[in-house]
Ligand binder design. Structure first.
Ligand code: BG6
Length: 475
């Protein structure tokens, strides 16, 4: 279904995010027939360029980054693209942009630039009358690096735009399987009655990556896994897993419930945190070489035990872990249920159900159940998966899931904020993260070293073992 026609201005249009993610996503929507023929994408950046030169840049980017997308219709897509050279902090280009914008279509402005420019862009957009009360602003993480800076960013944007106009992207919310988490929980009667501390022993949330920090060392070394992954993506996964059912699938209803989870998070003590840093091996550089800072104490791995202080979760810990250069790229949520209260079988065996929600790369769900081991040897139990791969269950559509950005950008045009973070949510997440990070700043401790290609530092295993639990293997 095509969306309403739009003028989408991308500031930072020659940057990495725009070329690697935003343009390929728009092209795929174009191929899917969702982009109206008169919709326009207006690239804006500092360098002087003609429309043709910019189109060539986009063409090359799509060839490189839109894997599998048919390049045959690229010319038609590129015809809808324009370029304006603009000086975010000066006067150049704004009149040109103003003259280009049409009145009767959705106006959206994607700030794919450093947060330090958000204020300048917002101010000039309103001063020149380019943005009005119906326009939409899209911003990316990092949304601040602590509570204070996030508040300042929110205040800057609020000077010119209402909260209902601001779309803060967390691309994890655009992933099909992350949205599916809500479908699984709230469209089935099976899970919700058991979804609480009475029946769930603990929850594990893992986002493991095989990549290192590569060329992003400059940014990453000032962020670390806590700011880069936990404050945003992991926090969203935690919220969707733990929140109460919203009364409706509606932006504020969903975000109100997520906010309550974040506010209910208990402070995390030092003993419940493991930080790690990957080591080099042979010719492969370690973290310190990757960021070119031999003294860095930034973590490329983080595991923590989190408690949610509310009725539903009292006594059920959530264990989170994420890291770079781990054994496999796997993101999953594992719900480990409690064993039945009484076993009628004499033979020992596995006793607890487990639900594994696999977010990537092989999207699907495994529900582990106990059955009788076949054979005449008595009543022995084995645990087997009821496994569902979305690709198999849904056919070709399940295998070809849209990229997060496709969904999110179209939601901006539709004016649907459900999958975007509200300002208070971001601030609440920082309010929880800040004291944890500042306790590291105070300490001299270095993160624990771990081998590239491993499951992370051994200390993280101990975080579980000491509670008589174990991580699901990263594979
Ligand atoms: C980004 C982080 O937000 O998410 C990266 O900055 C990380 O460090 C990436 O690699 C992970 O996203 P995905 O979609 O590959 O799981």
């Amino acid at each position: 279904i095509p969306v309403d026609s739009f003028d989408l201005v991308i500031f930072g249009a020659t940057g990495d995010l725009a070329l690697r993610k935003i343009m390929p996503a728009l092209y795929r929507r174009f191929l899917a027939g969702q982009m109206p023929h008169d919709a326009r994408i207006i690239g804006a950046a500092r360098s002087e360029m003609t429309d043709t030169q910019f189109r060539d840049t986009v063409r090359a980017a799509i060839r490189e980054h839109a894997a599998g997308a048919d390049p045959g219709q690229l010319d038609g897509f590129l015809d809808q693209i324009h370029y304006v050279a603009i000086d975010a902090q000066g006067v150049g280009g704004w009149d040109h942009l103003s003259a280009l914008m049409r009145d009767d279509v959705v106006r959206a402005f994607y700030f794919s630039v450093a947060p330090s420019l958000f204020g300048d862009l917002a101010r000039r957009l309103s001063e020149h009358g380019i943005a009005d009360g119906d326009s939409r602003i899209v911003v990316e993480k990092p949304f601040g690096r602590d509570l204070e800076s996030a508040r300042a960013l929110n205040a800057t944007l609020a000077r010119h735009f209402g909260e209902g106009q601001i779309y803060r992207i967390d691309h994890y919310l655009g992933k099909e399987t992350v949205q599916n988490l809500m479908a699984v929980r709230f469209a089935n009667i099976l899970f919700e009655p058991l979804w609480n501390a009475q029946y769930i022993d603990h929850v594990q949330i893992t986002v493991a990556e095989t990549v290192g920090v590569g060329g992003r060392g400059g940014y990453y070394d000032h962020a670390g896994a806590m700011r880069d992954m936990v404050q945003n993506h992991m926090m969203q996964l935690l919220c969707l897993t733990a929140m109460e059912p919203p009364y409706h699938f509606d932006p504020d209803a969903v975000r109100d419930e997520k906010l309550k989870v974040i506010r209910a998070l208990e402070p995390v003590s030092d003993a419940d945190i493991v930080r790690g840093q990957y080591q080099g091996e042979g010719d492969a550089p370690g973290y310190l070489e990757d960021v070119d800072n031999p003294d860095s104490r930034t973590e490329s791995y983080l595991a923590l035990k989190v408690r949610i202080a509310n009725w539903r979760w009292q006594g059920t810990p959530f264990y989170l872990r994420t890291g770079k250069k781990l054994r496999a790229r796997t993101s999953e949520i594992v719900i480990t249920f409690k064993p039945p209260p009484h076993s009628i079988f004499d033979e020992a065996g596995p006793r607890a159900n487990q639900l594994v929600i696999k977010l990537q790369p092989d999207e699907g769900m495994d529900l582990f159940v106990m059955i009788k081991e076949p054979g005449p040897g008595g009543m022995r139990l084995v645990q087997v998966p009821l496994d569902m791969s979305f690709a198999e269950a849904l056919g070709p559509e399940g295998a070809d899931m849209p990229d997060a950005y496709e969904r999110l950008i179209m939601d901006v045009i539709r004016g649907n904020q459900t999958l975007f973070m509200r300002g208070d949510e971001v601030e609440a997440a920082w309010a929880w993260v800040d004291p944890i990070i500042s306790s590291w700043d105070d300490s001299k401790h270095r993160p624990e070293p771990y081998d590239a290609g491993s499951s992370g530092p051994d200390e993280a295993l101990r975080l579980m073992h000491r509670d008589n639990r174990r991580w699901r293997e990263i594979r």
